[in-house]
Design a protein around this ligand. Structure first.
Ligand SMILES: NC(=O)c1ccc[n+]([C@@H]2O[C@H](COP(=O)([O-])OP(=O)(O)OC[C@H]3O[C@@H](n4cnc5c(N)ncnc54)[C@H](OP(=O)(O)O)[C@@H]3O)[C@@H](O)[C@H]2O)c1
Length: 240
């Protein structure tokens, strides 16, 4: 299959690309990013197509051409909550919401003939109910929740061609962070916190999302426990 990964230089996308290049079911891996990515050592780079994009809310014809014929996409693009305070909120909305919908519309312009699986990366604390007032980053969390609803509505409206899955992970850790935690007081604290907040590793979530986009969606929304279970199952079989 031809798979698109959006937000290629990011934390999760870097692991998705590493695992995706090793998967025989993926014949073409198209990576959209604003800067060139570093291709992992020893990777099967022949099936990788890097596509540089200026911004994620506009898709010129040359980019649409690269999207054409794709069977799936994993959308990792967002300004994450810790960075969001550095930006005007409307910029954050443009990157997190307008861009997601612009991508989906641009993909429809390619006149897909088969089903397209779209995974939207959200977060565990994201709230869809716009009547609620979450205690943490309320405007951000509600805007991301509204985006989840818009993605689902888009898939419903274009159900002949688009299936959407929302993934809602807690904290995504790296194995290296957890190993270093053993020898640092600060990281020991973080490690305890990680144990407290629901967490999973970047390897687990990447394996889970790739498995879902390649083999089909288990359900419309996956939480941390689902992602961890699916990811661990894939990794234990050495399928990544
Ligand atoms: N990391 C976690 O612990 C965690 C936990 C729960 C949910 N999530 C969610 O998972 C997704 C991926 O997270 P991540 O940690 O991989 O994020 P990340 O490393 O910050 O990557 C996000 C990508 O978004 C794009 N981006 C960031 N700022 C931008 C801006 N100002 N304008 C345009 N594009 C911008 C970048 O694409 P380029 O490659 O083009 O630079 C970047 O690679 C996000 O939706 C995040 O909210 C993450």
């Amino acid at each position: 299959m031809k798979l698109v990964i959006c937000g290629g230089t990011g934390y999760v996308a870097t692991e998705l690309i590493r695992q995706g290049l090793a998967l025989p079911q993926i014949s073409n891996l198209v990576v959209l990013s604003r800067r060139p990515i570093t291709v992992p050592d020893g990777a099967n780079a022949a099936k990788l197509k890097q596509v540089l994009i200026e911004k994620y809310d506009e898709y010129p014809d040359n980019v649409k051409k690269e999207l054409s014929g794709a069977s799936g996409c994993i959308w990792t693009v967002a300004i994450t909550p810790s960075k969001a305070t550095r930006y005007d909120f409307e910029v954050v909305r443009t990157v997190c919401q307008t861009s997601t919908m612009a991508f989906l519309n641009a993909f429809m312009d390619t006149k897909p003939t088969s089903k397209f699986r779209f995974i939207y990366m959200s977060g565990a604390t994201v709230e869809r109910d716009q009547t609620k007032r979450p205690w943490f980053h309320a405007d951000y969390v509600l805007m991301r929740g509204e985006t989840e609803s818009k993605v689902e509505a888009f898939a419903k409206e274009h159900s002949d061609h688009v299936e959407a899955q929302i993934v809602k992970p807690g904290l995504i850790t790296s194995t290296a962070t957890l190993t270093r935690a053993a020898s640092s007081a600060f990281l020991k604290g973080l490690s305890l916190m990680v144990g407290f907040i629901q967490s999973l590793t970047v390897q687990e979530i990447s394996a889970a999302m790739l498995s879902q986009v390649v083999n089909g969606f288990e359900k419309d929304v996956l939480g941390t426990d689902d992602l961890k279970r699916i990811g661990q199952d894939v990794l234990s079989k050495g399928e990544e």
